[in-house]
Design a protein. Structure first.
Lengths: 111, 112
């Protein structure tokens, strides 16, 4: 089955800095790659997603890039703010099969 | 309001006592799934369902059962719970695979 590796497991940045979280996947047939943000004690919520026919997608301060050849995708957050502090999960899905998540990255943004 | 509702939110039970966690969505979504979340392991899919009467195993199905008799409901059944099933469980739904997944608020389950 699919295997998704996520790095780093924790990331500390100063407010205003950029943050990058990277994920690799094993199944070259995977075609859907969402990113979720989970605040403490709350449910995961989708922040951005990308499909295999697109190389990059941006939504205000958040962007995701996908390299299908290398089988990796990354989340980029610019101008970080304290409210960006949360656990971020990447995931990969192949067609109608299981959605496999990475183990998560705890992002801490210090004022 | 569009939502995924799961119950109970918190439960402490004893080993071997059958329990069911209900999940209901009001968005007419075809795809529903269950995940468990454990520290350091992220979210792992237990079972998923493409539509009524269609279910399939995820990555960690052992010890769990599901059913999808109606489109809106997808209960998770623990026939004989064990302590290693102590976890935070999320139900989720999506219009179809490859679309935004909406999570329920989570159910904290402790098996003693």
């Amino acid at each position: 089955g699919e295997n998704v590796e996520q790095h780093p497991s924790t990331l500390s940045v100063q407010e205003g800095d950029s943050a990058v979280i990277k994920c690799t996947y094993s199944d070259s047939a995977s075609n859907y790659f969402p990113w979720y943000k989970q605040e403490l004690g709350k449910r995961p919520q989708l922040i951005i997603d990308i499909r295999s026919n697109v190389g990059e997608k941006k939504d205000q301060r958040i962007a995701v890039t996908l390299n299908k050849t290398a089988k990796h995708f990354s989340l980029h957050i610019t101008e970080t703010q304290p409210e960006d502090s949360a656990v971020y999960f990447c995931a990969a899905q192949t067609g109608y099969s299981t959605l496999t998540f990475g183990k998560g990255t705890m992002l801490l943004v210090s004022p | 309001e569009a939502q995924v509702t799961q119950n109970p939110r918190y439960l402490i039970t004893v080993t071997g006592k059958k329990l069911t966690v209900t999940c209901s969505q009001n968005m007419n979504h075809e795809y529903m799934s269950w995940y468990r979340q454990d520290p350091g392991l992220g979210l792992r899919q237990i079972y998923y369902s493409m539509n009524v009467e269609v279910t399939d195993k995820g990555d960690v199905p052992e010890g769990y059962k599901v059913s999808r008799k109606e489109k809106r409901n997808f209960p998770l059944i623990l026939e004989s719970p064990s302590p290693n099933q102590t976890s935070l469980y999320f139900c989720a739904s999506s219009p179809r695979p490859g679309n935004t997944i909406y999570f329920g608020e989570g159910s904290w389950l402790t098996v003693v």
